[in-house]
Design a protein around this ligand. Structure first.
Ligand SMILES: [Zn+2]
Length: 181
């Protein structure tokens, strides 16, 4: 089992500034009052791993009828199977009960509908400084990228053939998943 995260020793703790997060922490107080997921062991109870985009329109658990505790979720811009996503999948498959992996990019995704130059220019306009050094990975052909990403999981030497791997495009305007791979 993965090691538990240990308490940070007091001498390394930074003073917590009282700004900017009050609403979130207050909401957490309410959330924790009737918290029902204590004592879970961190496995994916439904045997599912999802790789999807960071997009705020995606509710990865609810869109496939799952709840906290059911699935491992890895998110990044575009929902791509990056080396770190593969690392998560390998850990999920071997240590955390993952038996199915679904890769879920989505419609109207910023990294699939802009060029790298356009996104970088927009970042630079916001930041007011050079951003040429910052990698921004865009997707030119979403279906081709999804097929490639699914193949990357299926062909990984540490992902056995018994693991089911699929790819679906999520429509952010209808909430529907369209199986593509
Ligand atoms: Zn996206």
């Amino acid at each position: 089992m993965p090691p538990e995260v240990s308490e940070v020793p007091a001498k390394y703790r930074l003073p917590v500034p009282d700004d900017g997060f009050d609403d979130l922490l207050a909401a957490n107080e309410v959330f924790a009052r009737d918290f029902a997921y204590g004592g879970f062991d961190g496995i994916a109870k439904a045997g599912v791993a999802l790789v999807t985009c960071m997009d705020s329109r995606i509710d990865p658990l609810r869109m496939v009828g799952l709840r906290p505790g059911d699935a491992k979720i890895f998110r990044n811009p575009g929902g791509r199977v990056t080396p770190q996503a593969l690392e998560a999948i390998v850990l999920g498959v071997h240590l955390l009960n993952v038996k199915r992996v679904l890769v879920v990019p989505h419609t109207r995704c910023a990294v699939a509908s802009n060029t790298e130059a356009d996104l970088r220019a927009a970042v630079e306009a916001s930041a007011g400084v050079d951003a040429s050094w910052q990698p921004i990975h865009v997707v030119e052909d979403q279906d081709a990228a999804l097929a490639e990403d699914v193949a990357r999981v299926r062909s990984h030497r540490l992902v056995p053939d018994t693991v089911l791997v699929g790819g679906s495009l999520y429509d952010v305007d209808t909430g529907r998943l369209d199986r593509r791979v």
